[in-house]
Ligand binder design. Structure first.
Ligand code: HEM
Length: 305
């Protein structure tokens, strides 16, 4: 492998890392109800650098505040959280544009598959940006949230696949393990889709209570919460069996160990929400760790044939 290959792989890893940062930033915006912190787009209160105090608001600021769905007051904390979230999204966009250009220049002749994967990554991030801005009616909200989550997983898995293609690694040939990993991925994807259904419920219930009285939220969730809680044990068990069956293979040890640790964290965060009235901090972390768990399982699968 050439030196420039190493640089390319390091950069692709960084894109992957930054994608997780953007996923976390989106979760923090939701946790703090900062989504309307910048009521207009692409600017924020008509400015490129948002206001830090009420004195910096434009003369017609009330027209912006009217667009907010809850308090209709200026909150610099919400404004800056939303602004940083947008900034992270924009940086990721630039990182991916550079990645696409680099992939085409470097691999279009020698390894066309990588160039097309990079282009797909670029298109996926464009789609994600478009979906994020699209306002949908309440009935379609869950479709939007689920699609957003599934595209986020595509965004994290493509860099993993590109790295895998560029960095030849010894593969394990084991039919049983291969199918166990595929089963785990399938259970995880079902669990994640169920999770987005629960999240949409939490959004609806919390909005109706003005984001207060957290102790009432859980009791107002529908059957999907019960299904999500129950199905979690099947998904977690599959991860544990996968860990146990893989740990004796040296090549699989790193991903297997991370899968084991991450599923523990996902479960602890999920249970903490179920027993402690959905603590705000657990919401973005549960989502982020679920995405990491799926991505790790995908990386695990790539090491088995
Ligand atoms: C393998 C295990 C699990 C996975 C992969 C998983 C995944 C997810 C995902 C992807 C979401 C949607 C997050 C979002 O869109 O913001 C979610 C939401 C949720 N999950 Fe899980 N989950 C798991 C286990 C559990 C368990 C065991 C519980 C509780 C006993 C639980 C409780 C919740 C709750 C309350 C939400 C709504 C959170 C919110 O409003 O942000 N989860 N889950």
């Amino acid at each position: 492998m050439k030196m420039s290959d190493n640089a390319y792989i390091r950069y692709t890893r960084f894109v992957l890392f930054f994608t997780f940062i953007v996923i976390l930033a989106g979760g923090v915006v939701r946790m703090t109800q900062s989504g309307m912190g910048c009521p207009d787009w692409p600017r924020c209160f008509g400015r490129w650098i948002p206001p830090t105090s009420i004195h910096q608001l434009p003369a017609d600021y009330e027209k912006y505040l009217r667009q907010q769905d809850i308090d209709h007051t200026f909150n610099p904390y919400h404004t800056w959280i939303e602004y940083i979230n947008r900034l992270c999204g924009a940086i990721l966009g630039f990182l991916i544009i550079i990645h696409t250009v680099w992939s085409f220049r470097k691999y279009y002749r020698s390894n066309r598959k990588i160039a097309w994967l990079a282009l797909f990554l670029f298109l996926a991030v464009c789609f994600q940006g478009w979906l994020g801005k699209r306002v949908v009616d309440a009935n379609l909200a869950v479709v939007k949230i689920t699609t957003h989550m599934l595209v986020a997983l595509v965004l994290t898995c493509i860099p993993v696949l590109i790295i895998h293609i560029r960095r030849p690694i010894e593969k394990i040939r084991n039919n049983g393990l291969k199918w166990l990993t595929i089963l785990t991925l399938a259970l995880l994807i079902i669990q994640i889709i169920l999770g987005t259904e629960v999240r949409e419920q939490v959004d609806e219930v919390s909005r109706s209570l003005n984001y207060a009285q957290r102790e009432l939220w859980l009791s107002r969730l529908n059957i999907f919460f019960t299904i999500h809680k129950t199905f979690a044990w099947a998904a977690a068990l599959a991860c544990l069996i996968l860990f146990w069956s893989s740990i004796s293979h040296k090549v699989l040890q790193p991903t297997a160990t991370w899968i084991f640790l991450t599923v523990l964290v996902v479960m602890i965060l999920g249970l903490s929400m179920a027993y402690y009235n959905i603590p705000a901090i657990a919401q973005p972390l549960h989502m982020l760790t679920s995405c990491i768990l799926f991505t790790l399982s995908y990386a695990h699968k790539l090491r088995i044939r």
